[in-house]
Every structure is written in C-alpha cells, then in structure tokens.
Design a binder for this molecule. Structure first.
Ligand SMILES: [Zn+2]
Length: 76
C-alpha cells in the first residue's frame, strides 16, 4: 500500500516539474476575466492587471485577440 502512494507522489512531482516549460511559452497571455477589460498582458504581475477585480486567467494570444483584447500599454 505504502509503495503505491509513494509512486503516485513521484508521478505527480514529475508532472509538475514540466509546468515551467509551459509558463515560459510566449504564446500564453494573461487577462482580466471582465467584459470591461480591453487588454491582455504578458505577465501576471503587470500593473495593468493590478486593478482587476475579477479573476485573472491565462489564455493563448489567439484567444485573447478573439475576445477583442489588445496588448497592454504598460508592456513592451
Ligand atoms: Zn500589462
């Protein structure tokens, strides 16, 4: 029994070690999940997102553009 739990834990920690690769991908952006938000952001900590009263969500650039968002003025 104990061995089973240990291997499950190992698989989980292996899986989570791959996450940083996804984060470093430039095709993902952050946006405020509000209809008033017009911008998307490259970083979650952007000052343009600090006013967000809604959930901050991570989406692809394509998805952000599809929602009518443009790149935040604080970046670039
Ligand atoms: Zn921004």
């Amino acid at each position: 029994m104990k061995k089973k739990i240990l291997s499950a834990f190992l698989i989980l920690s292996l899986a989570s070690s791959f996450t940083p690769l996804e984060i470093s991908s430039q095709s993902s952006v952050y946006l405020c999940n509000s209809s008033n938000a017009k911008k998307y952001h490259y970083t979650k900590n952007c000052r343009g997102l600090s006013n967000c009263k809604h959930q901050i969500i991570k989406v692809s650039v394509q998805e952000a553009k599809k929602r009518g968002k443009t790149l935040c003025g604080w970046e670039d």
